[in-house]
Design a protein around this ligand. Structure first.
Ligand code: ARG
Ligand code: ZN
Length: 883
């Protein structure tokens, strides 16, 4: 059933307090709920519809009296009280559930022997009958009773107000959360866990006890998560003025989890891959992800929990904003440019394809069948870009005024994206024109810009035109409000001071308190628009969309020479990287044409020279260099083609990498030698940057057929003292089939078989390999003793990994599609959310040639006709077929 934003209605009843009691057991778990119900309007008498899925109703009472048969109605998804009393009343239900059988990992379930919950978006209805919607905010208590030996630790939201022993080896704990919350923030954890304890004293002097819970053997691996948590708490005070509001903050790590992590009030639950790290077992990428996600979930305490969403269509209100906050946090703790490059790459490689495919939806979707399918890169990543645009338009101080007003107005409320917009606007008296279209129009705007210099008038003109491509359900679009941060470079590569700009019949000075400005934000709001810079003494080279100031595709008339100039000189480091990427994209696309016409591939010497200059520039940040010498991904290039050709794109990228490696071999070898890691692993930007540069260089070198290099790579593998170096070296060895590869993979597995997170890396490395015919190997790995369909991380590593190799997933014989089709049907029976994420790999099938289209379509048709298909998979598969 499809749900529409336009159908939103206020609830007929609110819930004021909710007292839950859990009797946790091995055979069954009994959940009792006592809810005080308040009709929204007096006189009431409306039916009260409670959601409930997979629940066994034992009893239902109103004001202490059992309901008679005719007073309620039960179906597979609801409990409907047909004629509740008018006025306030107390509703009591008792239900039974089977967490030990719950493989969907939503609601209450078991993960390696421990009980835990995941309620967002609509999992609470699998725990008890409830109005499972975020605008129902109530105060909760939660009593948990369980066997003391099996479940020594009992956790829920808020403060622990009572605990004690009971007969029969059982014990209990009573938790009380003083803050009103929607049910999706409810959490319960029970099991054999130990904690790393620390404290954080907030700016107003509140001493908060911090605990990170894991199985005992994993405790040593929580040091980095604790560091990250304390850093996040401090940062949110400093940058957003947000202080923590309870005396306790718990984080629990569980190995079986559908997503990354969950911001349950004061009891965050994390996928263990985003908590556990040690230098020996986690890479720099893992460390950075943990920092970001620990921050993200903590930041939700204000953006999501204290101020929450009115309905699930508003998801980006909390997710876009919180992703923006975690991006800024990571930027401030590391390198801003490098972080920005990573975030923009992610947007381009994942969100752009979504925005131009069958699942394209606005940042605030108009409808959904299954909400879980809308925890997307569009809602999260594009949503974060929308928040970033407010900051770009208002400046740091104006943006902070906006968030202050947002919290002041809406603390304790469930609100909408317009409320956030209004706070930004009102706090700054700002004119945001048609900015709200960013929430309602799907599709990536395409902006074309041409430039001209008038040597007599000393004016420089930028002419913009924009279009937003049609997306499902939105054939015609309006022009958007696009902030284009712009600077002008003189012939020495220095930024020119900007004085005034003429546009829309008005001349406006862009100086700031009389001081010159070097970057200005042009407000492009129409289909076509012109900006004339005055007092420009020489023909400049424009640096456009600095810092990637809007999530658009920009096509400019910059020549290759202009781009090489920007690559070498732009003061905006992001745009230096971007210039290199544009050049690389052009180069790759031109070689794809060569490949398709059976012409020899060639590498432009000017490109090699540009890369070489970057490699040798000792003033540049090493991680920036690593990013700048990395070619755009295959997906990004295919995304720009009329008909995506995975074989051609793969061959071209491989060719260019190898050619660069061969022409820059001495330089790359030097980089490897000069940037070897120090004995002791340190997680800081300087050390990460060294490792990134060394390992990027190593990856290039490994593409060469060369004895000396083979030995070097093996040497790096053997002498590595941390996982970052060890795994990079393994990946380098694994690029080419052969005995060295086979031996190294066996060696690595033997070393790490006891650590399932490392074994997952080993799965992913093999499954995502571009080695021809790799699907056979992946079939074999499905029956490897370490693989398990019930664990999402393992599925993401092995199945998700396979789909990340375009040449193998899109193999022309259809073997990749057949593989995924079978898996999806099988997986859907266990875990619809995970199956639905996997089936998404098919969604771009129309982008390929006819042979591939037919093969992929056949699998999608097979999937939608499968018996007992989940709504999750049905939504993605049927929408994919509908285009
Ligand atoms: N709110 C969580 C986060 O982004 C994500 C939870 C998503 N859960 C789901 N079943 N879709 O931090
Ligand atoms: Zn989130």
């Amino acid at each position: 059933k499809e749900i529409f934003l336009k159908d939103y209605k206020l609830p007929d009843y609110y819930f004021d307090t909710v007292d839950l009691s859990f009797l946790l057991g091995e055979e069954k778990t009994v959940v009792s709920a006592k809810i005080s119900v308040v009709p929204r309007v007096d006189g009431g008498g409306f039916p009260l519809v409670l959601d409930g899925v997979d629940l066994k109703l034992i009893s239902v009472k109103i004001n202490g009296n059992d309901l008679k048969k005719g007073d309620f109605h039960l179906d597979t998804r609801h409990l409907i009280l047909t004629s509740p009393p008018s006025g306030n009343f107390i509703l009591e239900t008792v239900t039974e559930i089977l967490p030990q059988m719950n493989t969907s990992l939503e609601g209450l379930y078991k993960s390696s022997g421990n009980f835990c919950t995941q309620c967002e978006a609509e999992g609470f209805r699998k725990i008890t009958f409830y109005q499972d919607r975020p605008d129902i905010m109530a105060k909760y208590t939660c009593r948990i009773e369980a066997d003391k030996l099996l479940y020594p630790v009992l956790l829920s939201n808020g403060n622990l107000i009572e605990q004690g022993d009971l007969e029969g080896g059982r014990h209990f704990a009573l938790w009380e959360d003083p803050f009103k919350k929607p049910c999706y923030l409810f959490a319960l954890v029970a099991g054999q866990l130990e904690s790393r304890d620390d404290t954080f004293t907030t700016c107003s002097g509140r001493k908060v006890s911090l605990r990170i819970w894991t199985p005992p053997e994993d405790l040593p691996k929580t040091e980095h998560a604790m560091y990250s948590l304390k850093a996040a708490m401090k940062w949110d005070e400093d940058v957003f003025g947000r202080e923590y509001d309870l005396d306790i903050f718990n984080v629990v790590s569980v190995p079986d989890f559908n997503m990354g992590a969950m911001e349950n009030k004061s009891l965050n639950i994390f996928n263990s891959k985003l908590v556990l790290a040690s230098p020996e077992t986690a890479t720099d990428g893992d460390y950075a992800a943990i920092l970001g996600v620990i921050g993200h979930e903590y930041f939700h305490n204000w953006t999501g929990n204290r101020v929450t969403c009115r309905d699930w269509f508003q998801l980006s209100l909390k997710e876009g904003l919180t992703v923006f906050r975690d991006q800024e946090f990571s930027s401030d703790l590391g390198s801003r440019t490098v972080k920005r490059i990573g975030d923009v790459s992610k947007l381009r490689s994942y969100q752009f394809p979504q925005d131009s495919g069958p699942m394209a939806h606005p940042v605030r979707p108009h409808s959904y069948i299954k909400m879980d399918n809308f925890y997307t890169v569009t809602v999260y990543e594009k949503g974060a870009e929308v928040v970033r645009m407010y900051k770009t338009l208002l400046g740091s101080q104006g943006f902070r005024k906006g968030t202050d007003l947002y919290f002041q107005r809406h603390d304790g409320q469930a609100v909408t994206c317009e409320d956030f917009f209004a706070a930004m606007r009102d706090a700054n008296d700002a004119d945001f024109a048609n900015f709200l279209l960013w929430y309602s129009q799907a599709g990536t705007p395409v902006v074309k810009v041409t430039s001209s210099y008038n040597a007599e008038a000393h004016t420089f003109t930028l002419k913009f035109s924009q279009t937003v491509p049609p997306t499902p359900g939105q054939p015609v679009k309006e022009p958007m409000f696009i902030p284009v941060a712009t600077g002008l470079l003189d012939s020495n590569g220095k930024d020119m001071p900007l004085s005034s700009i003429f546009s829309d019949g008005k001349l406006e000075s862009v100086t700031c308190d009389g001081r010159p400005v070097f970057t200005t934000v042009l407000r492009v709001t129409k289909g076509e628009e012109e900006f004339v810079f005055t007092d420009v003494p020489e023909k400049p080279i424009p640096s456009l969309l600095r810092g990637y100031s809007a999530p658009i595709r920009l096509h400019s008339d910059l020549t290759d020479n202009d781009l090489f100039f920007l690559l070498a000189h732009d003061s905006d480091e992001f745009n230096r990287w971007e210039a290199g990427q544009i050049l690389a994209r052009k180069l790759m696309l031109s070689q794809v044409v060569n490949f398709q016409n059976d012409n020899a591939l060639v590498l432009d010497p000017q490109f090699v020279h540009g890369i070489k200059c970057i490699l040798l520039d000792s003033n540049l940040d090493k991680e920036f260099i690593a990013k700048a010498i990395t070619l755009p991904g295959e997906g990004e290039i295919m995304d720009m083609m009329e008909v995506a050709d995975p074989d051609a794109v793969h061959a071209v990228r491989k060719y260019i990498r190898k050619q660069l490696a061969s022409e820059l071999k001495p330089e790359l070898l030097n980089l490897v030698k000069q940037n070897r890691s120090a004995e002791k692993y340190v997680f800081d930007h300087a050390n990460m940057a060294r490792r990134a540069l060394k390992n990027t260089a190593l990856g290039y070198l490994a593409s060469l057929e060369d004895e000396e290099i083979t030995e070097l790579v093996l040497h790096e593998y053997k002498t590595a003292t941390n996982m970052t170096d060890q795994f990079s070296a393994l990946a380098a060895i694994a690029q080419k089939p052969g005995k060295a590869r086979d031996d190294a993979l066996v060696d690595f597995y033997n070393k790490w078989q006891h650590d399932y997170l490392v074994v997952n890396k080993w799965f992913a490395l093999q499954s995502s390999s571009d080695i021809p015919g790799n699907v056979e190997n992946v079939y074999k790995l499905l029956s490897h003793q370490a693989f398990d369909f019930k664990n999402p991380n393992k599925v993401y590593s092995l199945i998700g990994g396979f789909c990340a190799s375009p040449v193998n997933f899109h193999a022309k014989d259809g073997s990749g599609y057949k593989f995924l089709g079978e898996i999806v049907v099988q997986l859907d029976k266990l875990n619809p959310q995970v199956a639905s994420r996997m089936v998404s790999a098919f969604s771009r099938w129309k982008r390929y040639d006819e042979t591939r289209q037919n093969l992929a379509k056949a699998q999608l048709e097979m999937i939608v006709s499968a018996n007992g298909l989940s709504e999750n998979v049905y939504e993605i598969a049927s929408k994919s077929l509908a285009v």
